[in-house]
Design a protein. Structure first.
Length: 263
């Protein structure tokens, strides 16, 4: 039995999210069907993160077990030939049996992408949030600083979140501008349901001048989601990168061409 890891990119607009569900299309179901066509047997795929409906990924990592050996190029080219245009495999690699796409990860990074201008863009429709009002990135970074570290993020979790503990460790949180592009990047050991989109909603309110930077500390301390800012739309969010111990030798950067590259 061989365990294989894949790097996955997808646009999430057409799917109910990562996780397979009855009737509605999911990224997982499409990928499992494509991998099974190459493996010549049904497979069960485990992902590093279960993204929500409409959320994209350029650094998703998955693993599965297969009885039949295939080359890395066979996995990439064969699976891609069976996938729809909005899902693709970027790399494939055999990994040891103790590798687990979810539990072996040491950290995950998400980016929330915004186009900050008055005119809409046909090229990024459904792939970034259009923000008409000017965003003050310095204010957003001042607010973001309050959320770095180990905290109870109850005020940033969805009501339906099933995590046993609301405590998470945010290793880094920054807001960057490059021309009309603004993006929020957050790296943590793990995330609560809607946590990144709720952080983005708060930082957007601060950047537009609708809330002071100290609002981040106040919302965090409240531990009440009902007192928080509006949740940012799903289509601006990307699972950007998943980090693993170097011993596994997996690619750790996305090849996605976008503002800021894969930094």
């Amino acid at each position: 039995m061989t365990r294989v890891a894949l790097g996955i990119e997808y646009q999430g607009g057409a799917y109910c999210g990562w996780q397979a569900q009855p009737v509605v299309p999911s990224v997982q179901s499409r990928l499992e069907a494509a991998v099974a066509s190459v493996a010549a047997t049904p497979v069960q795929i485990t992902a590093a993160g279960r993204t929500d409906a409409g959320v994209h990924a350029c650094g998703q990592v998955v693993h599965f077990d297969c009885e039949h050996a295939r080359s890395a190029s066979a996995w990439v080219l064969g699976v891609n030939s069976a996938l729809p245009p909005d899902i693709s495999v970027s790399w494939a690699q055999a990994v040891p049996q103790h590798f687990h796409a979810r539990y072996a990860a040491t950290a995950r990074s998400y980016r929330y992408l915004m186009l900050n201008r008055r005119a809409r863009s046909a090229l990024v429709a459904g792939r970034a949030l259009l923000v008409h009002r000017p965003l003050e990135v310095a204010r957003m970074n001042e607010a973001a600083a309050h959320l770095v570290g180990e905290h109870d993020f109850s005020a940033f979790r969805a009501a339906e979140c099933q995590a046993q503990s609301p405590v998470r460790v945010v290793h880094a949180l920054r807001v960057v501008r490059a021309g009309d592009w603004v993006w929020i990047e957050v790296t943590a050991n793990a995330f609560l349901h809607h946590m990144v989109r709720n952080i983005a909603g708060l930082l957007l309110a601060v950047g537009r001048g609708d809330a002071p930077p100290v609002r981040a500390a106040e919302q965090l301390a409240s531990r009440q989601r009902t007192l928080g800012e509006a949740t940012a739309a799903a289509h601006g969010l990307y699972l950007w990168r998943v980090l693993y111990p170097v011993a596994f030798g997996l690619p750790c950067q996305s090849a996605m061409i976008w503002p800021g590259g894969a930094d």
